[in-house]
Design a protein around this ligand. Structure first.
Ligand SMILES: Cc1cc2nc3c(=O)[nH]c(=O)nc-3n(C[C@H](O)[C@H](O)[C@H](O)COP(=O)(O)OP(=O)(O)OC[C@H]3O[C@@H](n4cnc5c(N)ncnc54)[C@H](O)[C@@H]3O)c2cc1C
Length: 415
């Protein structure tokens, strides 16, 4: 079978689904192909930051998310057993965005919500349970389509543009011979779900409990639930998963005493998340583009992976639209996409990398020094305020807006 479309998006998780949403307002034919039949239940990040909320509002998707149960999280608190509250990153005073909170919705709902919304447009087609096997090339050596496998059937689909949103293991990135720096962290995350204790109610923020053996992060979720991510040295996660319920609670309470209050938890959705940092050298080649995890993998400590994917989609969609309208050559559009997004993403990767050393420091003396350093800022309130305000802008994602607007304004009017 042969198909023809304007844009093929390989991968229909957050990055691919977000790009389909961003393209919905233009009338191009878009085909999203994903090998999974449904989003699955695994958590893969659930905090939509202020900048992302602004983008979702512009697309028209946010209104749908506001209808489903969600939590408003007003920033991050860093705690320590001895030094108590080390720092509060407060989004409430944020004046540079209309949103001063992170919207926490389970990842599955975000992915499915974006796909459903895109699917409501006739010119956007979603193909689930089908896998892209390889790319097709034209006489100039540029990508001109893909071969899709559904069961035993092969379909050839030609397109003006192919976008790889096929995740960290991206087949397309490898086929395009795009090199990527990759670093595996010396720790991993055990992800658990429990009801929120009585002391974790009211004005909610993500709580990071720093500990010499590794931090425990409590993320408030709707329906009085919370996600717990426990930082453990690489290779130790399997031991944690073998603990009985009682042993697990004891281990958690040792790092976060308030978790003694917990008596029930559900182990479904429990998984191990291996931390990898990766950044592709290029965001495009042979007129095909990379977005989301296909282009970059970041440490989860700043909760940015999903937000970076949505923000990539926002910039790329505007430039692809210009190109398909014949107002910008495709090579120029893709070069500008890389020029705008790559430095921003590199900065996020570096900040998340710094945070990785806060949540896990194997050297106990160094850990104690870092904790004392943070504690000492209590005696320098001006400096403490400056640091926390800067981190708040980074978490909100609003520090990049003006740079993007300036860079794109040469080709796009009315940004
Ligand atoms: C286990 C796990 C836990 C995570 N937890 C967090 C977290 O706590 N915080 C955070 O910020 N981020 C987290 N992330 C990262 C975050 O989920 C991603 O950064 C973000 O959702 C963007 O994902 P993506 O759509 O680019 O890639 P992915 O979510 O990996 O999606 C890629 C999609 O492409 C499809 N695909 C791949 N190859 C093909 C092919 N050949 N043909 C068709 N389809 C294909 C896959 O089926 C998949 O649906 C986690 C990721 C994983 C894997």
């Amino acid at each position: 079978m042969d198909l023809e479309t304007d844009i093929i998006i390989v991968g229909g998780a957050v990055a691919g689904a977000a790009l389909a949403c961003a393209l919905a307002k233009y009338n191009f034919k878009v085909l999203v192909v994903d090998r999974r039949k449904d989003p699955g239940s695994m958590n893969r990040g659930d905090g939509l930051q202020p900048r992302t909320l602004e983008i979702l509002e512009q697309w028209g998707v946010l209104q749908q998310f506001q209808q489903i149960p969600h939590i408003k999280s007003y920033g991050i608190e860093l705690h320590h057993g001895v030094f108590k509250e080390l720092m509060k990153i407060d989004l409430k005073p944020l004046s540079s965005s209309k949103y001063n909170y992170i919207m926490n919705i389970p990842h599955r709902e975000i992915e499915q919500g974006l796909l459903d919304w895109a699917n409501s447009y006739e010119h956007i087609q979603i193909m689930r349970g089908s896998s892209v096997e390889r790319m097709l090339y034209n006489d100039q050596g540029n990508v001109s389509g893909v071969v899709i496998k559904t069961g035993k059937e092969l379909t050839t689909c030609h397109a003006k543009i192919v976008v790889a949103a096929d995740g960290g293991q991206s087949l397309l990135r490898k086929e395009l011979s795009i090199k990527a720096d990759r670093m595996v962290y010396n720790h991993e995350l055990v992800v658990l779900h429990m009801p929120r204790p009585a002391s974790f109610q009211g004005d909610l923020r993500t709580q990071v409990h720093l500990h010499r053996d590794g931090a425990v992060v409590l993320i408030p979720l709707p329906d009085q639930q919370m996600r717990i991510t426990v930082v453990v040295p690489s290779g130790k996660a399997s031991e944690w998963r073998k603990y009985s319920d009682n042993e697990l609670l004891q281990q958690l309470a040792r790092r976060v005493p308030m978790l003694k209050e917990i008596s029930i938890f559900h182990r479904e959705g429990e998984h191990v998340y291996k931390m990898v940092r990766m950044h592709a050298d290029q965001y495009y080649a042979k007129q095909a583009a990379l977005i989301g995890d296909a282009a970059h993998l970041t440490h989860a400590s700043s909760g940015q992976g999903m937000n970076m994917a949505i923000q990539d989609a926002d910039v790329l969609s505007k430039l692809l639209a210009k190109s398909l309208h014949g107002q910008l050559a495709i090579d120029e559009a893709l070069a500008l996409y890389e020029q705008v997004r790559k430095p921003i993403n590199e900065d996020i990767l570096s900040r998340s990398n710094f945070m990785s050393s806060v949540v896990f420091t194997p050297n106990k003396l160094l850990h104690a020094g870092k904790m004392f350093g943070m504690f000492s800022t209590r005696f320098l309130p001006g400096l403490r305020h400056k640091i926390s305000s800067k981190i708040a802008l980074g978490i909100a994602g609003v520090n990049q807006e003006e740079t993007i607007r300036l860079q794109l304004s040469s080709v796009i009017e009315h940004m």
